[in-house]
Design a protein around this ligand. Structure first.
Ligand code: FMN
Length: 195
């Protein structure tokens, strides 16, 4: 599928020994197979997100903002921590106010019995504040560590593959629609046009 749509694959966990790499790499393979996006992986480990950023940190964070600005769509891969989402993901989101605007966001979540659903419901509130459009469709992996084999592939992949393929098809629809809309009228001008 020919495409110049850009997708930022954002990792939620910065924990040493995290399972996020297994789920994120699986998600990246599914996105590559779908073929409708060029992928840029955004990993909170790579950015100075804790404490008060220095000037040098600010320069690095500017690169993060530019990479998110370049994206037409987002897939967030996140675990659930204490019925919420990780602090590292919140720090990354809060470091970048504008790049999410008028763009679609899909979720791949994982955790114990809930599969990360409570984290996702919280993230919907956060992305609403950031003027992003969250998708109904996504992937939710309960007891994720049991679902993947040592090769990093799902032992019983049918349901998750179907869910991911549906999410990507709809994410692409939203990404194209919203990119066209942003090109027709920058989102920042929407309130002026209505006046
Ligand atoms: C601090 C912490 C809190 C957790 N809280 C929950 C939880 O509320 N619900 C849940 O389903 N799993 C919970 N878990 C299990 C994680 O979802 C699971 O360990 C997952 O693999 C963590 O992702 P990571 O390894 O990529 O950091 C928690 C794990 C940690 C480290």
């Amino acid at each position: 599928m020919a495409s110049n749509l850009r997708l930022a694959l954002v990792y939620g966990s910065a924990r040493e020994g995290r399972f996020c790499d297994v789920v994120g790499e699986w998600a990246q393979r599914r996105i590559a197979r779908h073929g409708g996006f060029d992928v840029d992986r955004i990993d909170p480990v790579e950015w100075p997100l804790s404490g008060r950023p220095s000037r040098a940190d600010e320069a690095q964070l500017q690169q993060l903002r530019q990479r998110l600005h370049a994206a037409d769509a987002f897939v967030i891969v996140t675990p659930e921590y204490n019925h919420g989402y990780p602090a590292a993901l919140k720090a990354l989101i809060d470091a970048c106010y504008e790049p999410w605007r008028a763009k679609p966001v899909a979720f791949v979540s994982y955790g114990a019995s809930s599969g990360g659903l409570r984290a996702i419901e919280q993230l919907r509130q956060v992305f609403g504040e950031l003027h992003a459009a969250t998708l109904r469709d996504g992937v939710c992996l309960a007891h994720a560590w049991r679902q993947f084999g040592p090769d990093g592939e799902l032992r019983e992949p049918q349901a998750a593959h179907a869910a991911m393929d549906t999410a990507l098809a709809r994410l692409r629809w939203w990404a194209l629609a919203l990119r066209n809309a942003r090109e027709t009228m920058p989102y920042e001008l929407a309130t002026e046009a209505a006046a």
